[in-house]
Design a protein around this ligand. Structure first.
Ligand SMILES: Cc1cc2nc3c(=O)[nH]c(=O)nc-3n(C[C@H](O)[C@H](O)[C@H](O)COP(=O)(O)OP(=O)(O)OC[C@H]3O[C@@H](n4cnc5c(N)ncnc54)[C@H](O)[C@@H]3O)c2cc1C
Length: 401
């Protein structure tokens, strides 16, 4: 086996987390082999929220200007009550001393994926194999091996120095490192509908991102450059066709915001949501990142952002090791990023779900009073947006040994 092949980092998964990792490593002069089971990068609608520190990180790839052109800048976001209106409006301009991007950017994640993929293809250090499935991973004291199934069905074994599992929720690399993936599956499904109707006609003071609580049925409104996306919780016992049927979508939308015409819905998708964190992110020369390592509900938009933050931390540690740092430097990646997933991402997403799901009048009032008191106090307001924009968690990880 050629020496340069043995030194490379193998990455499984060309989602946003794998592509960020691959770009960071090749930029640092490290060869990578990227294995992706899809024949082309998917354009399905998934996450669309980019938080300020994620945009700061992505600047180095020269993609943020184009993401802003194709996306929508959101300087505020709200908690609302369906009957009372705005409960609290959070202002991201308060983060101006701490970020070059004091706003959330709404931009579909596949747009970033395509930009990063194009960038990677121009690197002589990148070997990208689409339509290729990773099957089994092994490691020895000085390297890793991965069996892959090629598009023609044959199996090949590839080798490298390290293996990164950015292979999503069903990660085979997570299995190879023997990590548990404990947690819960949320009882309801999340249904997302995209419509061209402008909800500001019904709610002129609506922010581009709003969480609307209600004792009967909550929902979330997110505006992108082209459509509004509306997220509803729905009964997981329904069959797939029923969940995404046009009749159900129309009923839910009319129930949320009555409208004289039928809603024009361009897209609908329903997905099951989990709250899980892997018991470790690292074993010797193998590491996992992004959805392979942690999954959570999308309320707060922290899953994709947390995955990209993993990728920056992990690639940084791999670069240090290639330049002579001890192998156990990787363990610190696991300690730092697991702590964020458990203490910040899961807690925030669960709390957002709890605020929206709570039906008892007293408990709802207590949540609303607390949110109002946060926006009324400049210091609490700033601390809150530092935390929910994920700037604080990046700072706090520096304290984790
Ligand atoms: C329908 C849907 C809606 C979502 N909506 C939101 C949202 O509104 N807000 C939010 O914050 N998050 C949302 N998420 C979650 C968000 O999309 C993920 O957090 C994000 O995609 C994680 O990126 P990743 O790179 O870790 O994993 P992924 O994007 O899942 O990428 C993993 C890649 O690995 C590849 N792969 C998997 N196994 C193998 C294998 N064995 N061999 C080779 N390749 C493999 C896959 O094909 C895929 O390309 C949503 C997810 C889904 C499914």
């Amino acid at each position: 086996m050629p020496a340069e092949t043995k030194q490379r980092v193998i990455i499984v998964g060309a989602g946003p987390v794998g592509l960020v990792t691959a770009n960071l490593l090749t930029d640092a002069g490290i060869a990578i082999l990227l294995i992706e089971t899809s024949e082309a990068l998917p354009r399905d609608l998934r996450a669309s929220t980019f938080h300020p520190p994620t945009l700061d990180m992505l600047e180095r790839f020269g993609v943020v200007g184009r993401m802003i052109e194709q996306g929508l800048i959101c300087p505020t976001w709200q908690f609302r009550d369906r009957s009372e209106g705005v409960i609290a409006q959070f202002e991201l301009v308060r983060l101006s001393p701490d970020t070059g991007h004091p706003y959330r950017l709404q931009c579909e994640q596949w747009r970033l994926g395509e930009m990063l993929f194009e960038r990677l293809k121009s690197s002589a250090l990148a070997d990208v194999r689409l339509g290729t499935r990773a099957i089994v991973a092994r490691q020895s004291a000085d390297g890793v091996e991965l069996d892959i199934r090629l598009p023609d069905g044959s199996v090949e074994t590839v080798a490298g120095k390290f293996l990164v599992g950015a292979d999503g929720i069903g990660s085979i690399v997570r299995s190879a490192i023997g990590a548990q993936f404990d947690g819960i599956t949320i009882p309801e499904l999340y249904l997302t509908l995209s419509t061209t109707y402008d909800f500001r006609e019904a709610m002129p003071d609506l922010s581009n991102i709003s969480y609307l609580s209600d004792p009967r049925e909550w929902y979330v409104l997110i505006r992108t450059a082209r459509v509004w996306r509306v997220l509803f919780p729905v009964d997981a016992a329904l069959d797939d066709a029923d969940v995404t049927s046009p009749e159900r979508g129309e009923r839910l939308l009319q129930g949320a915001v009555p409208h004289s015409q039928r809603y024009a819905v361009s897209h609908s998708t329903a997905y099951r949501v989990h709250e899980r964190v892997a018991s470790t992110y690292v074993k010797h020369r193998m590491a996992i990142a992004g959805d392979a390592a942690h999954v959570n509900n999308p309320l707060g938009g922290m899953g994709l952002n947390g995955g990209i933050h993993d990728a920056f931390n992990l690639a940084g540690k791999l670069i240090e090791i290639v330049h002579g740092a001890p192998l156990d430097t990787l363990e610190r990646y696991s300690r730092q990023r697991r702590k964020v997933a458990l203490a910040v991402v899961q807690q925030t997403a669960l709390r957002n779900r709890s605020i929206l799901n709570t039906r008892e009048p007293e408990a709802r009032k207590a949540y609303h009073d607390e949110l109002r008191s946060i926006v009324a106090d400049p210091e609490k307001h700033r601390n809150f947006v530092m935390r929910t924009s994920m700037i604080q968690s990046l700072r706090d990880t520096e304290q984790v040994a």
